[in-house]
Design a protein around this ligand. Structure first.
Ligand SMILES: CC(C)(COP(=O)(O)OP(=O)(O)OC[C@H]1O[C@@H](n2cnc3c(N)ncnc32)[C@H](O)[C@@H]1OP(=O)(O)O)[C@@H](O)C(=O)NCCC(=O)NCCS
Length: 309
């Protein structure tokens, strides 16, 4: 393949991770986070459950690199192999992982390989043909104090998934309508969306929606409790995973009211700080809403991509 620097492939051939590798992966992740290369927050608490989906690079009995990969399909014609995170103890390990990933991906139908990195920590990515395409921020609220629930705008009612109505399919329809124009959005099958609502830390009362007077979901905010050991934020963290309003219900204050409600419910579930990840180039400038609600940018993530024909 073009534009792949050569290296000692055979010495550093990755293997599938086992549950017993989870601690070593966490150590690599913390080390990367300390250097500012990685945002440790998102998946760290789930490494044990997902260990079979990681690959690790072992050399002389030590785990020196790890990567978590999954497919993402924004449109029928476009496929993305998302590598998030890619962790490496040093340049040799990083080069070996990148070489292996590109090698594997080159046998597949055309796709984009996407890697997320703390901005300013490009490492070997440009040498391997990756270019910076998008920037995301992690925004934190250091405390959940000082928030009072506000009423939804008139004509809308607050519901959460513990109430059983409306059905999950209606939540998914609203999610699709809210996000369909967003960068790299890929429609979610209902089983994946249902799993998302019941994932670890997603208490049913933390999945909130505003329904209009015809019972349709107009806006949704999905929150979850997350524990990140070794992280400076007051734990557990109240993570706001999804904020979306269908196009014809925007700028009425729905997302703001649902977010405040979600943060208050997180606080009642003992969350001590808040966190959200946002596309910094989002056309709705959703980061403005988060700023108004007391969130501050704490980490900038650069998304790198390489197209493979
Ligand atoms: C971002 C989004 C959730 C806002 O939903 P909403 O219900 O319209 O938000 P609100 O009416 O509560 O607006 C709250 C504040 O957000 C900001 N805001 C919302 N839409 C905005 C826009 N298009 N441009 C600039 N600021 C905007 C404003 O500060 C607004 O307050 P204001 O109306 O008093 O100026 C909605 O536009 C959306 O679903 N966008 C697509 C999906 C998305 O980007 N989600 C966020 C992912 S991180």
């Amino acid at each position: 393949m073009d534009n792949v620097p050569r290296g000692p492939l055979s010495l550093f051939w990755p293997r599938q991770a086992q549950p017993s590798d989870a601690e070593a992966i966490k150590h690599l992740w913390w080390a990367e986070a300390r250097r500012g290369r990685s945002d440790q927050s998102w998946w760290l608490s789930e490494i044990e459950e997902t260990s079979s989906r990681w690959i690790v690079l072992e050399h002389e009995g030590q785990i020196r690199g790890a990567a978590f990969m999954f497919w993402h399909q924004p449109t029928k014609a476009d496929r993305v192999l998302l590598v998030q995170p890619l962790l490496a103890a040093d340049e040799d390990a990083e080069g070996s992982l990148l070489r292996w990933i590109l090698n594997e991906a080159s046998d597949l139908p055309p796709c984009r390989v996407q890697i997320w990195r703390g901005c300013g920590h490009d490492g070997l990515l440009p040498d391997f043909g990756f270019a910076h395409t998008r920037t995301y921020w992690r925004m934190d609220r250091p405390t959940l104090e000082g928030l009072e629930p506000v009423d939804l705008p008139s004509g809308y009612t607050l519901v959460s998934t513990d109430e059983g109505q409306p059905p999950v399919a209606d939540w998914l329809t609203a999610y699709d309508r809210a996000f369909s124009e967003e960068w790299d959005y890929s429609p979610e099958p209902i089983d994946r969306f249902t799993r998302r609502l019941t994932r670890q830390g997603h208490h049913q009362r933390l999945n909130l929606a505003a329904i209009d007077d015809e019972g349709r979901v107009a806006s949704l905010v999905l929150c979850r409790l997350a524990f990140h050991s070794g992280d400076a934020r007051p734990q557990p963290v109240g993570s706001v995973d999804v904020v979306g309003t269908v196009p014809n219900a925007r700028r009425k204050g729905l997302a703001r009211a649902l977010m405040i409600q979600g943060l208050c419910r997180l606080r009642s579930n003992d969350a001590r700080s808040g966190s959200i990840r946002v596309d910094a180039e989002n056309p709705s400038q959703s980061y403005r809403l988060y700023q108004e609600l007391g969130f501050e940018k704490v980490f900038e993530l650069c998304i790198f991509e390489r197209h493979l024909a």
